[in-house]
Design a protein around this ligand. Structure first.
Ligand SMILES: Nc1ncnc2c1ncn2[C@@H]1O[C@H](COP(=O)(O)OP(=O)(O)OP(=O)(O)O)[C@@H](O)[C@H]1O
Length: 276
């Protein structure tokens, strides 16, 4: 028997983005963006308003067509339809809530499993287990619209997690949350990543990001200006100049440090992308 080490094929990253370029008319929203997220890794995408973070999510989700570049999921090109992405293990939350009007909490969480048909018993069980994991099972039969904002945010998370994704995209998950809810959210995200799911999140809450992410990718004007461990990125002079060094705009007190453009409980769902 040979003592030569076994040749192993390296596992491709769960998500690999390379040279991603997206233009809206004359505006280059993304210009050659590249980064990777491995299984079980939590990567945060940060940057000023209008830097291109949501456009990255939209390109991965097949909602905008890149002008150039590649997006690979588990080593294969990303499909462009939501259904096929779900089948490939990709789930996403939206900026704000994106919940359906007039549905109970349980119905919201059943949508990715059952669509519009009546849910099977096993699907209801799975949805209830997911809600229980997030401490929401007691609210299962309440209209989601009647719940306070942090609980509705948790429903949106449960809906993204119920399919047991291998790649989870979270768009401003901490937006509008206070300290206790943010801590609970961080715990839930850590649990999901400990189970092997790759997590990519866009977030303005600097403390939340730096305490949670394994790696941070910083975008500015559609380009990656820095990436690395949170502490490393925080010390980067280019990042400080483009983003972290800008003093937060005065407003109602929120827990933790928030970078400019951060939503507060009073303004939970920012819509427009306006550079400060
Ligand atoms: N559908 C669109 N049509 C035209 N321009 C767009 C469109 N979507 C985004 N943009 C522009 O592309 C740029 C990147 O926007 P994007 O929303 O990705 O930034 P962002 O970093 O997510 O900002 P925010 O932190 O405010 O959410 C901005 O200049 C924005 O105005």
């Amino acid at each position: 028997m040979s003592d030569a080490p076994h040749e192993t094929t390296p596992t491709p990253p769960r998500l690999a983005v390379e040279g991603l370029t997206v233009a809206f008319g004359g505006l280059r929203a993304l210009d050659g963006v590249g980064f990777e997220v491995a299984d079980g890794e939590i990567v945060a995408l940060i940057g000023p308003n209008g830097a291109g973070k949501t456009t990255v999510f939209n390109a991965i989700s097949g909602l905008v067509r890149p002008r150039a570049g590649t997006i690979r999921i588990g080593g294969r090109p990303a499909p462009a339809s939501t259904t096929r992405l779900l089948r490939r293990g990709v789930s996403r939350t939206l900026q704000g809530l994106g919940l359906y009007a007039g549905m109970t909490v349980l119905e919201q969480v059943l949508v990715p499993l059952a669509g519009v048909r009546a849910a099977r018993g096993s699907e209801r069980e799975r949805a209830m287990t997911m809600l229980a994991e997030l401490g929401m099972d007691a609210d299962a039969h309440r209209p989601a619209d009647a719940l306070p904002y942090p609980e509705r945010k948790r429903v949106a998370l449960a809906r993204a997690l119920v399919t047991r994704p291998s790649l989870l995209l979270l768009d401003e998950p901490a937006g509008g949350l206070g300290g206790a809810d943010m801590a609970q959210l961080a715990e839930a995200v850590r649990r999901v990543s400990a189970g092997g799911c790759a997590v990519l999140l866009v977030e303005h809450h600097v403390d939340f990001v730096m305490g949670l992410a394994d790696r941070v990718v910083v975008l500015d004007f559609g380009r990656v200006i820095a990436s690395g461990a949170p502490a490393e990125v925080q010390r980067d002079p280019a990042v400080e100049a483009a983003y972290l060094g800008v003093p937060p705009t005065p407003g109602p007190p929120t827990s933790g440090t928030a970078a400019p453009g951060t939503p507060t409980p009073e303004t939970p769902a920012p819509g427009t992308a306006v550079r400060a």
